[in-house]
Design a protein around this ligand. Structure first.
Ligand code: PMP
Length: 441
């Protein structure tokens, strides 16, 4: 067992030193990929997966094997959902160009999306990635406050632009974020005792004090409200509110990164921040928005946008293009028509309950956390209860061999991360629990 903090892309990564043990067709693709993409290319699993198609909660590999997908939240309403496929096919056959013209579908989507937000969040900007959304949010916050400082959690990930990498401590292999970025421990009793809300708020305030002492004013508290890369921390609902009050009292904004918890995943409405009873100043969105089409965005207040527009223009050539908007509109329709928020609450709640029961018989399964269909499960040394990232990695590969796809999270990589498409069924849960029970770890 190691206690070393893992860089986020190292979790469940193919180590790449040898392709000798791989199936010949997989080895060929791995070699081709290495030749084309070089040192930054990352793949999952000891034996990378060659996927060709998908449907619902299943990913199908080149040899025709159907794998239960508990990992991918990008195809949020299910792989290749027929409604989304049809919407994309229809729009791409009509027109897809940049966004400085008028399009019905883009305006239909913006209005439908904004209707899911509380006042005063009534303006949308479309981008292509969560990183671009967070980058834009930082620009809004810095202009509005005149501050530069950002508070994030210790293992946060918010994306890959220059500015956003600085607020993503989990991206660093060496060194730390710059002085204008301060980190606070993840919101869990092991860090703050029983009063997580009070402890987390005090830590945020201390971080603001520390940057102020160095002459840096706070611009924002930036949180993924399910704290996914930190290891999935959802409870108690409402704990974020006190920290948001503190940052606002010090002149900063609250940016809610909804790339992970957004679009119904927590089972408690469309947005993760709602579980905390807060209305952010800026909300950023990404991955699940277009069921695989690159569409992402920012929702905020008119005054913050006006302040920004007084200084800069913003145009994103592909952001919210008609094909991506058609996909995103279909996603909102499917979430509503198939009752996927309620499904996330019910099936996710059942899965969490079953995992907690299993953990009594199987002490290597530790704490189960999360909300809806975003669960984190600690894998621990049964003797000591200490985090066991090596066992988590073994388990992930054993599940892969049993046709169940799952990932890891947390600073050490010992937290199983469960975030399937939102259409996960009871039969899928049964299949997963059977596979899990069969894994030796
Ligand atoms: N924020 C969070 C919380 C994320 O998990 C991610 C992606 N994993 C991003 C932002 C960045 O999104 P993208 O990869 O689309 O740039």
């Amino acid at each position: 067992m190691t206690e070393k903090t893992q860089q986020i892309l190292a979790l469940n990564a193919f180590d790449g030193t040898s392709t000798a043990a791989l199936a010949p067709d997989v080895a060929v693709l791995v070699e081709r990929r290495r030749r084309s993409f070089g040192a930054t290319s990352v793949l999952f699993y000891e034996e990378p997966l060659h996927v060709v198609t998908g449907r619902g909660t299943r990913l199908i590999t080149a040899d025709g094997t159907a794998c239960l997908d508990l990992y991918n939240n990008v195809p949020s309403v299910g792989h290749c959902h027929p409604r989304v496929v049809a919407a994309v096919q229809d729009q791409v056959a009509r027109l897809n160009i940049h966004t400085r013209y008028l399009f019905d579908v883009v305006h239909d989507y913006a209005e439908k999306l904004l209707a899911t937000f509380p006042a005063p969040l009534d303006k949308a900007i479309f981008t292509c990635t969560g990183s671009e959304s967070n980058d834009f949010a930082l620009r809004l916050a810095r202009l509005a406050t005149g501050g530069m400082g950002v508070v994030v959690t210790e293992t946060a990930y918010h994306g890959n632009t220059t500015a956003v990498t600085e607020v993503s401590p989990s991206s660093y292999k060496h060194g730390r974020p710059p002085a204008h970025v301060r980190t606070v421990p993840a919101p869990h009793p092991s860090n703050y005792g029983a009063d997580v809300a009070g402890g987390f708020a005090a830590a945020v305030e201390a971080a603001i004090d520390a940057m102020a002492a160095d002459g840096i004013a706070v611009a924002a508290l930036l949180c993924d409200s399910i704290f996914s890369s930190d290891g999935v921390y959802a409870d108690p609902p409402g704990f974020l509110a006190a920290a948001v009050d503190r940052v606002r009292a010090r002149g900063g904004l609250f940016i809610a990164d909804e790339v992970q918890p957004g679009f119904g995943r927590t089972g408690a409405g469309m947005w993760g921040f709602a579980r905390h009873g807060v209305v952010p100043d800026v909300v950023t969105m990404g991955k699940p928005m277009g069921n695989g089409l690159p569409i992402a965005g920012v929702v905020t207040r008119a005054d913050l946008l006006e302040r920004f527009a007084g200084e800069f223009g913003y145009f994103n050539t592909f952001g919210g293009n008609p094909v991506a908007s058609a996909a995103a509109l279909a996603v909102l329709d499917v979430i509503a028509e198939e009752g996927l928020v309620a499904n996330a609450a019910r099936v996710g709640g059942r899965l969490a309950g079953e995992l907690r029961t299993l953990s009594k018989a199987r002490p290597a399964i530790g704490e189960v956390r999360g909300a809806g269909l975003y669960l984190g499960v600690d894998i621990v040394d049964p003797a000591t209860g200490a985090a066991d990232p090596a066992a988590a990695t073994r388990l992930i590969n054993q599940l892969r061999a049993r046709r169940v796809l799952i990932g890891a999270a947390g600073p050490l990589g010992h937290v199983l991360k469960i975030r399937s498409p939102l259409c996960l069924s009871d039969a899928d849960v049964d299949l997963f629990l059977e596979a899990l029970a069969d894994c030796p770890f």
